[in-house]
Design a protein around this ligand. Structure first.
Ligand code: 5GP
Length: 125
């Protein structure tokens, strides 16, 4: 998927659209989803122009990959959701492309927590 610099998350990164920021690091930004599907629903994005996780994993620098991975951990810590620290747990999701039903074409990991999230996928139709 080619990168569209006019996507909504690129505009959030440029400060053209507001967001409820949870964390900012040198290479990553985390903010609350505008339409939360759980009591805690935070999106973590890299600042670089990557459309999907596989683009990022293939093309990002080691510094970006470490920063992004650590940012996810930091957000979990801020939310207090890690089972290892007494939290109730969480789910990470990163949708990609048509079959992944990706709405915004800038890599994002959803962190969902705060309720029992049920099974991962709906049964096939
Ligand atoms: P996707 O379906 O691409 O994995 O998820 C995109 C997510 O971005 C959705 O959960 C949607 O609610 C969220 N979203 C879309 N537009 C905005 C926005 O302008 N601000 C924020 N904070 N979230 C958005």
């Amino acid at each position: 998927m080619s990168y569209d610099p006019q996507n909504i998350f690129a505009r959030i990164l440029r400060g053209e659209i507001p967001c409820t920021k949870v964390l900012e690091t040198p290479h990553s930004l985390a903010f609350r989803d505008i339409a939360p599907q759980a009591p805690d629903h935070v999106l973590v994005i890299p600042k670089g122009p990557y459309a999907t996780y596989d683009d990022f994993a293939t093309g990002a620098s080691e510094a970006e990959i470490v920063d992004f991975t650590r940012a996810i951990g930091q957000v979990c810590a801020l939310l207090g959701v890690g089972p290892g620290v007494g939290g109730g747990g969480f789910r990470l999701i990163s949708n990609a492309g048509r079959d992944g039903v990706q709405e915004v074409p800038h890599l994002h990991v959803h962190i969902l927590a705060g309720r029992n999230l049920g099974r991962m996928l709906n049964p096939p139709r």
